[in-house]
Design a protein around this ligand. Structure first.
Ligand SMILES: [Zn+2]
Ligand SMILES: [Zn+2]
Length: 319
C-alpha cells in the first residue's frame, strides 16, 4: 500500500501568510550564505540536505484527507476535508475527465473540517463517476445536503452529476470492500467519531483521528491497544501537548503526542504518524513537538524503536 496525505491540519485549513513565507526565504538565504552556496547546480541538494523541513516546507495547510493506494481499481480516501480538492484535480490532470472513476470514502465523522472539501471535489460534478461514502453516522446524507444548501452554497448537493451513495457501517464489524478489509471503531469525540483499521496484502494501516484518549486509562486492557495492534502505520490525532490535553483542553475531543507514543508502544505499532495539527502551531512548533515526541519514545520504550513522523500535505508513505 501507499499512503498519500492530501490534508493534515485539524479544525480548519491553515495556509501560510506572506510573512511566514518571507521568513522561510530569508532563513534559507542566510543559511546558503553561511554555507557558501554558490552554484545553481548545488541548490537542490542544499535544500534537501541543509534546510530543516520547517524552513524548506510546511505542515498541514489543508484539512483532513488521506488516500490509500491499494492497487485496486477504486480510489480509497479517508475523510473529505479541503485536501480532497487537490486530490480530485490531480486525478483529473493525470487520467483525464473521460475515465470513469470509483471512490470508496471512509468518513471519521461529520464535523465540518472533515467534509468541507467535498463541494470542491471536481469528480462529483462528472456523470458516470461513482462515489461511495462509508461511515457509521446515520446523518451522513443530511450533513452533505445541508453543507451544500441555499444560502451557504450555490450548487445543491442533489444536483451533482456523479452517483453518490452513502453506506452505513457498524463499528466493531469487519467488512471486505473491493478486496480491502476494513473495521470501524467508535471513538471518544463530540458527536462521535470512528477510526478505521485497514488490512490489505498483509499490511495494516489504522486511520484514527479526532479521538480523545484519557491519559489515565492507558493500559493493555484499553480497547484501542487491540485496535492499533501491530499496525504498520498508525495515523493518529496528536493535536495537543499533554499539558494542554489534561488541563485547558480536557474534553475537547483530541489527544496529544505523548498519549500517541504510549498507545503506539503498547500496541506494537511500527510507524506512528502524528496528524490533525492544531491550527495555532506553526511549522517551527510542529517540528519541535516532533523532536520531543521522538525523544519521549527513546527514553520510555522497552521494545523496538518507533518510527515517528509528523504528517504534512504531500507526504507519501509506502507500506
Ligand atoms: Zn477534525
Ligand atoms: Zn471533530
Amino acid at each position: 500500500m501507499l499512503i498519500r496525505f492530501w490534508g493534515t491540519r485539524g479544525s480548519l485549513p491553515a495556509p501560510l501568510n506572506y510573512r511566514a513565507v518571507r521568513a522561510k526565504v530569508r532563513e534559507a538565504l542566510l543559511i546558503g550564505l553561511e554555507r557558501g552556496l554558490q552554484r545553481a547546480a548545488d541548490v537542490e541538494a542544499f535544500i534537501d540536505r541543509e534546510l530543516a523541513f520547517a524552513v524548506r516546507g510546511t505542515y498541514g495547510g489543508n484539512s483532513s484527507c488521506v488516500e490509500l493506494v491499494t492497487g485496486g481499481d477504486q480510489f480509497v480516501l479517508c475523510d473529505l476535508g479541503t485536501g480532497v480538492r487537490e486530490f480530485g484535480n490531480n486525478l483529473l490532470a493525470k487520467y483525464g475527465p473521460a475515465r470513469k472513476y470509483q471512490f470508496d470514502v471512509f468518513l471519521s465523522h461529520l464535523h465540518w473540517d472533515h467534509i468541507m472539501g467535498f463541494p470542491f471535489f471536481t469528480p462529483a460534478f462528472i456523470p458516470g463517476n461513482l462515489i461511495r461514502i462509508h461511515g457509521c453516522h446515520g446523518a451522513m446524507r443530511e450533513a452533505f445536503v445541508r453543507q451544500q444548501s441555499d444560502p451557504c452554497f450555490p450548487v445543491d448537493f442533489r444536483t451533482l452529476a456523479a452517483t453518490i451513495e452513502f453506506v452505513e457501517l457498524k463499528p466493531g464489524q469487519r467488512y471486505d470492500i473491493n478486496g480491502l478489509s476494513v473495521m470501524p471503531m467508535l471513538q471518544n469525540h463530540a458527536n462521535d467519531s470512528y477510526g478505521y483499521r485497514f488490512e490489505h496484502a498483509g499490511k495494516t494501516v489504522v486511520y484514527s483521528t479526532d479521538c480523545e484518549h484519557k491519559y489515565q486509562i492507558l493500559d493493555e486492557r484499553y480497547p484501542f491497544v487491540e485496535f492499533f495492534r501491530g499496525a504498520d502505520v498508525l495515523i493518529f490525532d496528536a493535536m495537543y501537548s499533554l499539558a494542554d490535553q489534561i488541563s485547558v483542553k480536557e474534553d475537547w475531543g483530541h489527544s496529544s503526542n505523548i498519549v500517541a507514543v504510549e498507545l503506539a508502544q503498547l500496541a506494537g505499532v511500527k510507524h506512528l504518524v502524528m496528524y490533525h495539527h492544531e491550527p495555532i502551531h506553526d511549522d517551527r512548533m510542529i517540528e519541535r513537538i516532533l523532536g520531543e515526541t521522538r525523544r519521549y519514545d527513546e527514553i520510555s520504550r522497552t521494545g523496538a524503536a518507533l518510527t515517528i513522523t509528523s504528517a504534512y500535505d504531500g507526504l507519501e508513505i509506502a507500506v
